[in-house]
Ligand binder design. Structure first.
Ligand code: IKT
Length: 348
Protein backbone atom coordinates (compact mmCIF):
# COMPACT_ATOMS: atom_id res chain seq x y z
CA UNK A 1 0.00 0.00 0.00
CA UNK A 2 1.23 3.53 -0.77
CA UNK A 3 1.86 5.86 2.13
CA UNK A 4 -1.18 7.08 3.99
CA UNK A 5 -1.15 10.75 4.94
CA UNK A 6 -3.43 11.04 7.90
CA UNK A 7 -4.76 13.70 10.25
CA UNK A 8 -5.92 13.46 13.84
CA UNK A 9 -8.74 15.56 15.24
CA UNK A 10 -8.05 15.82 18.97
CA UNK A 11 -4.75 15.57 20.77
CA UNK A 12 -6.08 14.29 24.06
CA UNK A 13 -5.19 10.85 25.40
CA UNK A 14 -6.46 8.99 22.34
CA UNK A 15 -5.08 11.40 19.76
CA UNK A 16 -1.60 11.49 21.28
CA UNK A 17 -1.37 7.73 21.79
CA UNK A 18 -2.59 7.18 18.22
CA UNK A 19 0.21 9.44 16.98
CA UNK A 20 2.68 7.43 19.04
CA UNK A 21 1.37 4.08 17.75
CA UNK A 22 1.42 5.35 14.16
CA UNK A 23 5.18 5.78 14.31
CA UNK A 24 5.50 2.01 14.81
CA UNK A 25 3.09 1.18 11.96
CA UNK A 26 4.06 0.85 8.31
CA UNK A 27 2.78 3.29 5.72
CA UNK A 28 1.22 5.79 8.15
CA UNK A 29 2.39 9.39 8.04
CA UNK A 30 0.70 11.93 10.33
CA UNK A 31 0.59 15.26 8.53
CA UNK A 32 -1.92 17.22 10.64
CA UNK A 33 -3.25 17.32 14.18
CA UNK A 34 -5.44 19.75 16.06
CA UNK A 35 -7.13 20.51 19.32
CA UNK A 36 -9.46 23.36 20.20
CA UNK A 37 -6.70 25.97 20.33
CA UNK A 38 -4.49 25.09 17.45
CA UNK A 39 -3.42 23.08 14.48
CA UNK A 40 -0.12 21.56 13.43
CA UNK A 41 0.38 20.75 9.75
CA UNK A 42 3.42 19.46 7.90
CA UNK A 43 2.89 17.75 4.57
CA UNK A 44 6.29 16.13 4.93
CA UNK A 45 5.21 14.48 8.20
CA UNK A 46 4.79 15.88 11.69
CA UNK A 47 7.61 15.52 14.17
CA UNK A 48 5.65 13.27 16.51
CA UNK A 49 8.27 13.24 19.27
CA UNK A 50 8.29 17.02 19.46
CA UNK A 51 4.51 17.24 19.36
CA UNK A 52 4.13 14.67 22.13
CA UNK A 53 6.83 16.23 24.28
CA UNK A 54 5.17 19.64 23.91
CA UNK A 55 1.62 18.46 24.64
CA UNK A 56 2.28 15.80 27.28
CA UNK A 57 1.05 16.98 30.66
CA UNK A 58 -0.63 20.14 29.44
CA UNK A 59 -3.84 18.59 28.17
CA UNK A 60 -7.33 19.73 28.99
CA UNK A 61 -9.05 18.03 31.88
CA UNK A 62 -11.20 15.89 29.64
CA UNK A 63 -8.32 14.60 27.64
CA UNK A 64 -7.81 17.66 25.53
CA UNK A 65 -11.01 17.69 23.66
CA UNK A 66 -14.49 18.42 25.04
CA UNK A 67 -16.72 21.32 26.35
CA UNK A 68 -16.56 25.18 26.41
CA UNK A 69 -17.30 25.97 22.84
CA UNK A 70 -14.59 27.27 20.58
CA UNK A 71 -15.47 28.89 17.27
CA UNK A 72 -15.29 25.55 15.51
CA UNK A 73 -17.20 23.16 17.72
CA UNK A 74 -14.31 21.44 19.48
CA UNK A 75 -15.25 21.86 23.08
CA UNK A 76 -13.11 21.35 26.09
CA UNK A 77 -12.77 21.81 29.77
CA UNK A 78 -9.70 23.45 31.16
CA UNK A 79 -7.59 26.39 30.11
CA UNK A 80 -4.47 24.68 28.89
CA UNK A 81 -2.76 25.60 25.66
CA UNK A 82 -2.57 22.07 24.22
CA UNK A 83 -1.18 21.67 20.75
CA UNK A 84 -0.07 25.30 20.35
CA UNK A 85 2.79 24.62 22.75
CA UNK A 86 4.36 22.66 19.89
CA UNK A 87 6.71 24.61 17.64
CA UNK A 88 4.91 22.98 14.68
CA UNK A 89 1.54 24.47 15.61
CA UNK A 90 -0.27 27.74 15.14
CA UNK A 91 -3.26 28.90 17.10
CA UNK A 92 -6.65 29.07 15.47
CA UNK A 93 -10.30 29.58 16.32
CA UNK A 94 -11.36 27.10 13.64
CA UNK A 95 -9.23 23.95 14.00
CA UNK A 96 -11.58 21.52 12.26
CA UNK A 97 -12.18 23.93 9.39
CA UNK A 98 -8.43 24.36 9.05
CA UNK A 99 -7.89 20.59 8.86
CA UNK A 100 -10.69 20.33 6.30
CA UNK A 101 -8.91 23.01 4.25
CA UNK A 102 -5.99 20.57 3.96
CA UNK A 103 -8.23 17.78 2.66
CA UNK A 104 -6.55 17.33 -0.71
CA UNK A 105 -3.34 16.27 1.03
CA UNK A 106 -5.13 13.91 3.45
CA UNK A 107 -5.95 10.22 2.82
CA UNK A 108 -7.48 9.48 6.22
CA UNK A 109 -8.68 11.27 9.34
CA UNK A 110 -8.91 9.77 12.80
CA UNK A 111 -11.56 11.57 14.82
CA UNK A 112 -10.23 11.24 18.36
CA UNK A 113 -12.79 13.50 20.02
CA UNK A 114 -15.32 12.58 22.69
CA UNK A 115 -18.83 12.56 21.29
CA UNK A 116 -20.59 14.37 24.11
CA UNK A 117 -23.29 15.57 21.76
CA UNK A 118 -24.68 12.66 19.81
CA UNK A 119 -24.54 14.38 16.44
CA UNK A 120 -21.09 15.93 16.91
CA UNK A 121 -19.11 13.30 15.00
CA UNK A 122 -21.83 12.79 12.34
CA UNK A 123 -21.76 16.56 11.77
CA UNK A 124 -17.98 16.54 11.38
CA UNK A 125 -18.37 13.84 8.72
CA UNK A 126 -20.91 16.04 6.97
CA UNK A 127 -18.54 19.00 6.98
CA UNK A 128 -15.81 16.91 5.33
CA UNK A 129 -18.31 15.74 2.70
CA UNK A 130 -19.52 19.33 2.11
CA UNK A 131 -15.92 20.31 1.39
CA UNK A 132 -15.59 17.53 -1.20
CA UNK A 133 -13.17 15.42 0.82
CA UNK A 134 -12.36 12.08 -0.81
CA UNK A 135 -10.83 9.72 1.71
CA UNK A 136 -11.29 7.89 4.96
CA UNK A 137 -12.85 8.97 8.24
CA UNK A 138 -12.52 6.78 11.32
CA UNK A 139 -13.92 7.41 14.77
CA UNK A 140 -13.78 5.74 18.15
CA UNK A 141 -17.31 6.66 19.20
CA UNK A 142 -19.22 4.51 21.65
CA UNK A 143 -22.99 5.13 21.57
CA UNK A 144 -25.34 2.88 19.59
CA UNK A 145 -27.65 5.68 18.52
CA UNK A 146 -24.89 7.55 16.68
CA UNK A 147 -24.59 4.83 14.03
CA UNK A 148 -28.08 5.67 12.71
CA UNK A 149 -27.06 9.33 12.44
CA UNK A 150 -24.11 8.31 10.29
CA UNK A 151 -26.31 6.05 8.17
CA UNK A 152 -28.58 9.05 7.52
CA UNK A 153 -25.58 10.79 5.99
CA UNK A 154 -24.34 7.74 4.06
CA UNK A 155 -25.51 8.92 0.64
CA UNK A 156 -23.74 12.23 1.06
CA UNK A 157 -20.57 10.49 2.24
CA UNK A 158 -20.67 8.07 -0.71
CA UNK A 159 -21.16 10.90 -3.19
CA UNK A 160 -18.14 12.67 -1.80
CA UNK A 161 -15.98 9.53 -1.95
CA UNK A 162 -15.70 8.96 1.79
CA UNK A 163 -15.23 5.59 3.45
CA UNK A 164 -16.28 5.96 7.08
CA UNK A 165 -15.47 3.35 9.73
CA UNK A 166 -17.43 4.01 12.89
CA UNK A 167 -16.71 2.63 16.33
CA UNK A 168 -13.15 1.56 15.65
CA UNK A 169 -11.61 1.66 19.15
CA UNK A 170 -11.77 -1.25 21.60
CA UNK A 171 -15.49 -1.58 22.32
CA UNK A 172 -16.90 -0.98 19.83
CA UNK A 173 -13.97 -1.86 17.61
CA UNK A 174 -11.49 -4.59 18.41
CA UNK A 175 -13.99 -6.51 20.55
CA UNK A 176 -16.77 -6.16 17.96
CA UNK A 177 -14.41 -7.57 15.35
CA UNK A 178 -13.44 -10.39 17.72
CA UNK A 179 -17.13 -11.18 18.25
CA UNK A 180 -17.64 -11.29 14.49
CA UNK A 181 -14.74 -13.70 14.11
CA UNK A 182 -15.85 -15.89 17.03
CA UNK A 183 -19.32 -16.08 15.47
CA UNK A 184 -18.03 -17.82 12.36
CA UNK A 185 -18.23 -21.26 14.04
CA UNK A 186 -21.99 -20.92 14.42
CA UNK A 187 -24.97 -20.69 12.14
CA UNK A 188 -27.10 -18.94 14.71
CA UNK A 189 -26.02 -16.65 17.53
CA UNK A 190 -27.79 -16.79 20.87
CA UNK A 191 -25.80 -14.28 22.88
CA UNK A 192 -22.73 -12.07 22.74
CA UNK A 193 -21.35 -10.76 26.03
CA UNK A 194 -18.61 -8.15 26.10
CA UNK A 195 -17.06 -7.52 29.51
CA UNK A 196 -14.11 -5.15 29.81
CA UNK A 197 -11.67 -4.28 32.56
CA UNK A 198 -9.65 -1.08 32.68
CA UNK A 199 -7.20 0.12 35.35
CA UNK A 200 -6.47 3.82 35.03
CA UNK A 201 -4.54 5.06 38.01
CA UNK A 202 -1.61 6.68 36.23
CA UNK A 203 -3.55 7.05 32.98
CA UNK A 204 -6.38 8.97 34.61
CA UNK A 205 -5.30 12.49 33.61
CA UNK A 206 -4.87 11.38 30.03
CA UNK A 207 -8.24 9.65 29.88
CA UNK A 208 -10.62 12.02 31.61
CA UNK A 209 -12.69 12.27 28.43
CA UNK A 210 -13.19 8.50 28.43
CA UNK A 211 -14.04 8.47 32.14
CA UNK A 212 -16.60 11.24 31.59
CA UNK A 213 -18.17 9.29 28.73
CA UNK A 214 -18.30 6.19 30.94
CA UNK A 215 -19.96 8.09 33.80
CA UNK A 216 -22.73 9.06 31.36
CA UNK A 217 -23.68 5.35 31.38
CA UNK A 218 -24.33 5.22 35.14
CA UNK A 219 -28.02 4.98 36.08
CA UNK A 220 -28.25 8.55 37.47
CA UNK A 221 -26.52 10.22 34.50
CA UNK A 222 -26.87 10.76 30.81
CA UNK A 223 -24.73 12.35 28.16
CA UNK A 224 -25.94 15.89 28.95
CA UNK A 225 -25.55 15.66 32.72
CA UNK A 226 -22.12 14.03 32.38
CA UNK A 227 -21.02 16.80 30.03
CA UNK A 228 -21.86 19.41 32.66
CA UNK A 229 -19.94 17.74 35.50
CA UNK A 230 -16.98 19.69 36.84
CA UNK A 231 -13.73 17.90 37.56
CA UNK A 232 -14.64 18.09 41.26
CA UNK A 233 -18.01 16.43 40.58
CA UNK A 234 -16.22 13.60 38.79
CA UNK A 235 -13.80 13.18 41.71
CA UNK A 236 -16.81 12.92 44.01
CA UNK A 237 -18.43 10.23 41.88
CA UNK A 238 -15.18 8.29 41.76
CA UNK A 239 -14.76 8.61 45.55
CA UNK A 240 -18.34 7.50 46.13
CA UNK A 241 -17.47 4.27 44.29
CA UNK A 242 -14.15 3.86 46.14
CA UNK A 243 -12.44 4.29 42.81
CA UNK A 244 -13.99 1.22 41.19
CA UNK A 245 -17.03 1.75 38.97
CA UNK A 246 -19.01 -1.11 37.51
CA UNK A 247 -21.06 -0.60 34.34
CA UNK A 248 -23.87 -2.89 33.21
CA UNK A 249 -25.86 -2.80 29.99
CA UNK A 250 -23.92 0.06 28.47
CA UNK A 251 -25.27 1.66 25.35
CA UNK A 252 -22.30 0.69 23.23
CA UNK A 253 -22.60 0.38 19.49
CA UNK A 254 -21.23 -3.17 19.39
CA UNK A 255 -24.90 -4.26 19.32
CA UNK A 256 -25.93 -2.18 16.30
CA UNK A 257 -22.66 -2.89 14.52
CA UNK A 258 -23.04 -6.66 14.95
CA UNK A 259 -26.63 -6.46 13.76
CA UNK A 260 -25.74 -4.45 10.67
CA UNK A 261 -23.14 -7.16 9.84
CA UNK A 262 -26.00 -9.70 9.98
CA UNK A 263 -24.54 -11.59 12.94
CA UNK A 264 -27.28 -11.25 15.55
CA UNK A 265 -29.97 -8.89 16.82
CA UNK A 266 -29.03 -5.88 18.94
CA UNK A 267 -30.84 -7.36 21.95
CA UNK A 268 -28.54 -10.42 21.85
CA UNK A 269 -25.54 -8.22 22.71
CA UNK A 270 -24.58 -6.89 26.15
CA UNK A 271 -21.65 -4.64 27.01
CA UNK A 272 -20.40 -3.92 30.52
CA UNK A 273 -17.21 -3.62 32.44
CA UNK A 274 -15.25 -2.41 35.43
CA UNK A 275 -13.20 0.77 35.61
CA UNK A 276 -10.66 0.94 38.43
CA UNK A 277 -9.28 4.44 38.91
CA UNK A 278 -7.05 3.54 41.86
CA UNK A 279 -5.04 0.78 40.15
CA UNK A 280 -3.25 0.34 36.88
CA UNK A 281 -4.00 -3.38 36.85
CA UNK A 282 -7.18 -4.40 35.09
CA UNK A 283 -9.85 -5.29 37.65
CA UNK A 284 -11.17 -8.05 35.41
CA UNK A 285 -10.01 -9.73 32.23
CA UNK A 286 -11.56 -8.23 29.11
CA UNK A 287 -13.59 -11.02 27.55
CA UNK A 288 -15.92 -11.55 24.60
CA UNK A 289 -18.18 -14.60 24.84
CA UNK A 290 -20.13 -15.68 21.80
CA UNK A 291 -22.71 -18.39 22.32
CA UNK A 292 -24.28 -19.98 19.28
CA UNK A 293 -25.60 -23.09 17.58
CA UNK A 294 -23.44 -24.95 15.10
CA UNK A 295 -24.64 -26.35 11.77
CA UNK A 296 -24.50 -29.85 13.28
CA UNK A 297 -26.72 -29.06 16.24
CA UNK A 298 -24.32 -28.27 19.11
CA UNK A 299 -24.51 -25.19 21.27
CA UNK A 300 -21.13 -23.75 22.17
CA UNK A 301 -19.43 -20.65 23.52
CA UNK A 302 -16.33 -19.22 21.86
CA UNK A 303 -14.35 -17.00 24.22
CA UNK A 304 -11.88 -14.30 23.28
CA UNK A 305 -9.69 -12.69 25.96
CA UNK A 306 -7.33 -9.75 26.00
CA UNK A 307 -4.11 -10.03 27.93
CA UNK A 308 -4.35 -8.39 31.35
CA UNK A 309 -1.03 -6.64 30.76
CA UNK A 310 -1.90 -5.06 27.43
CA UNK A 311 -2.93 -1.48 28.02
CA UNK A 312 -6.26 0.04 27.08
CA UNK A 313 -4.28 2.55 25.00
CA UNK A 314 -2.81 -0.32 22.96
CA UNK A 315 -6.22 -1.96 22.61
CA UNK A 316 -7.92 1.24 21.44
CA UNK A 317 -5.30 2.87 19.22
CA UNK A 318 -3.81 -0.21 17.54
CA UNK A 319 -7.25 -1.27 16.23
CA UNK A 320 -8.25 2.32 15.35
CA UNK A 321 -5.22 2.63 13.07
CA UNK A 322 -5.68 -0.93 11.80
CA UNK A 323 -9.27 -0.16 10.82
CA UNK A 324 -8.05 3.09 9.28
CA UNK A 325 -5.69 1.12 7.03
CA UNK A 326 -8.43 -1.35 6.13
CA UNK A 327 -10.66 1.59 5.20
CA UNK A 328 -7.96 3.15 3.03
CA UNK A 329 -7.70 -0.14 1.11
CA UNK A 330 -11.45 0.04 0.44
CA UNK A 331 -11.38 3.73 -0.39
CA UNK A 332 -8.64 3.19 -2.96
CA UNK A 333 -10.91 0.73 -4.77
CA UNK A 334 -13.73 3.30 -4.78
CA UNK A 335 -15.63 1.50 -2.02
CA UNK A 336 -17.39 4.29 -0.13
CA UNK A 337 -20.02 4.49 2.61
CA UNK A 338 -20.38 3.71 6.31
CA UNK A 339 -18.84 0.54 7.75
CA UNK A 340 -18.55 -0.91 11.22
CA UNK A 341 -15.71 -3.08 12.51
CA UNK A 342 -17.72 -6.33 12.17
CA UNK A 343 -18.27 -5.66 8.45
CA UNK A 344 -14.53 -5.58 7.90
CA UNK A 345 -14.30 -9.20 9.14
CA UNK A 346 -15.36 -12.48 7.46
CA UNK A 347 -19.04 -12.37 6.52
CA UNK A 348 -21.53 -14.25 8.64
C1 IKT B 1 -13.14 2.09 24.45
O1 IKT B 1 -12.35 3.04 24.56
O2 IKT B 1 -13.21 1.39 23.46
C2 IKT B 1 -14.07 1.82 25.57
C3 IKT B 1 -13.43 1.69 26.93
C4 IKT B 1 -13.14 0.28 27.24
C5 IKT B 1 -11.87 -0.15 26.64
C6 IKT B 1 -11.71 -1.62 26.77
C7 IKT B 1 -10.27 -2.03 26.69
C8 IKT B 1 -10.11 -3.29 27.43
C9 IKT B 1 -8.73 -3.72 27.70
O3 IKT B 1 -7.75 -3.02 27.40
O4 IKT B 1 -8.61 -4.82 28.25
C10 IKT B 1 -14.38 2.21 28.00
C11 IKT B 1 -15.75 1.73 27.88
N1 IKT B 1 -14.39 3.62 28.01
Amino acid sequence: MNDINFAILGTGGIGRRALEVSVAKDELMPIAACDRHGIAVDHGGLDVDELLAATEGNIASDGGTAIESSGDGIKEHGDDKGVVTSRQAVSTETPIEDIIAEHEAIDAVLIALPNLEHDFIPNIAERFADAGYEGVLVDVLKRSRVIGMLDEREEQLEESGITFVCGAGATPGLLTGAAALASQSFVEIEEIEIWWGVGLKSGYEDNRGTVREDIAHLPDYDIESARDLSDEDIEEIVDAHDGVIKFNDMEHADDVLLERAGICDTEDVTVGGILDLRNDQKPTTTTVKVTGRTFDGDVGTNTFELDDDTSMEANVNGPALGYLKAAVRRNRTDDYGVYGPAELMPGF
